[in-house]
Design a protein around this ligand. Structure first.
Ligand code: ZN
Length: 258
């Protein structure tokens, strides 16, 4: 309740003391339906290969979240009206999951600004996946270049280690190995994370290994932000039971307190 009250106060400051009713109603929608389910929106751009992801990556992730108690799972695509994120949907979104790669530049700056505001000022959670490191919302929230040291498609497996077993996103996850043919190499140009939940080692096909951080957490303003490096579109990683557990845990972790 305190969080909601604080946001009401902030919003009423913006709107002015003469509009208290409007401020309160805005707060109610910003927090979702009172007593109803929380809302997670899974956004992707429709560029994943159909033989791996017939329902695109958002569909595969949403399938893994579908039976989470107390959650409404919504898929959204850049091809949809309002690029998948209408104002009304954004207002009631508790956590936004973003997978982008080839269409970063097409995402409208006005939408990015609204997402940034929802996270920083209203506490919406944001989960950024793989090549979304260069997505506009990712860069806006991190405030840095968000570049990796190298991008190479020469790896085979990714061995993931649970680096922070006490972190909520690691709950029920043990070290695992998954097929993943693209490695991003350190350094990753982002602010120092508050937690590194997962690290990993990419096994290089020609021999050798490349270690890097895989799962990183920050607070950005009032919101929580999780980045997961794995998730290359030609690998079925979002069907992997370990990755699905991570996605579910990340959604629960990133949700604003109500
Ligand atoms: Zn990729």
């Amino acid at each position: 309740m305190f969080g909601k009250f604080a946001r009401c106060v902030a919003l009423s400051c913006v709107l002015g003391a003469l509009l208290p009713c409007l401020a309160l109603s805005g707060c109610a929608t910003a927090q979702g339906d009172a007593g109803g389910k929380k809302v997670v929106v899974v956004w992707s751009e429709g560029t994943a290969p159909k033989d791996v992801y017939p329902n695109d990556i958002n569909g595969a992730i949403a399938e893994g979240l579908a039976d989470m108690p107390g959650w409404e799972v919504v898929t959204a695509s850049i091809k949809d009206p309002d690029q998948g994120i209408s104002d009304d949907l954004l207002k009631r979104t508790d956590v936004l999951i973003w997978w982008g790669h080839k269409k970063h530049g097409l995402v409208k700056n006005a939408l990015v600004a609204k997402i940034e505001n929802r996270v920083k000022n209203e506490g919406m959670g944001f989960i950024s996946l793989h090549s979304s490191h260069f997505a506009k919302p990712n860069k806006a929230l991190m405030g840095t270049e968000c570049s990796w040291g190298a991008y190479e498609g020469d790896s085979s497996n990714l061995r993931v280690t649970v680096a922070d077993p006490a972190h909520p996103i690691a709950k029920g996850v043990a070290d695992f190995t998954t097929v993943h043919e693209e490695r991003y190499s350190e350094p990753y140009a982002v602010p120092e994370p508050e937690a590194v939940v997962f690290t990993g080692v990419h096994e290089i096909k020609k021999g050798g290994e490349d270690p890097s951080r895989i799962g990183l957490c920050w607070h950005v303003g009032k919101g929580k932000f999780f980045y997961f490096q794995a998730g290359h579109e030609t690998n079925p990683i979002f069907y992997d039971k370990n990755v699905r557990t991570i996605m579910r845990n990340a959604v629960e972790w990133a949700a604003p307190e109500k």
